[in-house]
Ligand binder design. Structure first.
Ligand SMILES: [Zn+2]
Length: 176
């Protein structure tokens, strides 16, 4: 178990110069943009970052972030837990212009007044790692929800629906 309390803000230059190794948890509840797309923002992101100054005097951090997030399954509309794991290779820069000069292997993180808000930085990484649509694994859907979704007999009468028996007949024809 990791119980380390991570700082809310940090100075990447200081951390890089001191070769700080950061390891701990950041609550998903601190990430409003991410929380909005999740069915629940309970839980934490587990963060591991090693800071250093590279050969070109850049402030760098490499490591990973892992989190289990809950999205709405697009088949049964119930929450499905998705494990996200992102390898991080971050280059801390003063502004967007500096970001353009960063080698491609580094994701730029722009410092504000020399500091970075840890939860904001982690949130951006997790947002990029989210799948576009989420589904349970095969047969993992909520059976009650599926049953309910397929028995929409109380739908408006003017809605044109294929006759289920004609669909069955089609299947029989195709099989033979
Ligand atoms: Zn499902």
């Amino acid at each position: 178990m990791l119980n380390n309390t991570l700082p809310k803000y940090f100075d990447p230059r200081k951390y890089a110069n001191q070769k700080v190794a950061l390891e701990g948890r950041v609550a998903l509840a601190l990430m409003p943009e991410l929380s909005e797309v999740l069915t629940s923002n309970e839980g934490d992101a587990v963060v591991h970052l090693d800071f250093r100054v590279d050969e070109d005097r850049r402030y760098i951090a490499t490591g990973s972030v892992k989190a289990t997030v809950h999205l709405e399954c697009q088949r049964c509309m119930h929450p499905v837990g998705i494990e996200l794991g992102v390898d991080l290779s971050l280059g801390f820069v003063y502004d967007e212009d500096h970001a353009k000069n960063l080698p491609a292997e580094y994701d730029p993180v722009v410092m504000t007044e020399g500091e970075v808000i840890l939860a904001d930085m982690i949130e951006q990484e997790l947002l990029l790692a989210l799948p576009i649509v989420a589904y349970h694994e095969e047969n993992g859907c909520n059976p009650m929800a599926l049953k309910y979704a397929s028995s929409t007999d109380d739908a408006p009468d003017d809605e044109i629906k294929p006759n289920p028996f004609s669909v069955l007949a089609d299947l029989k024809v195709k099989k033979s």
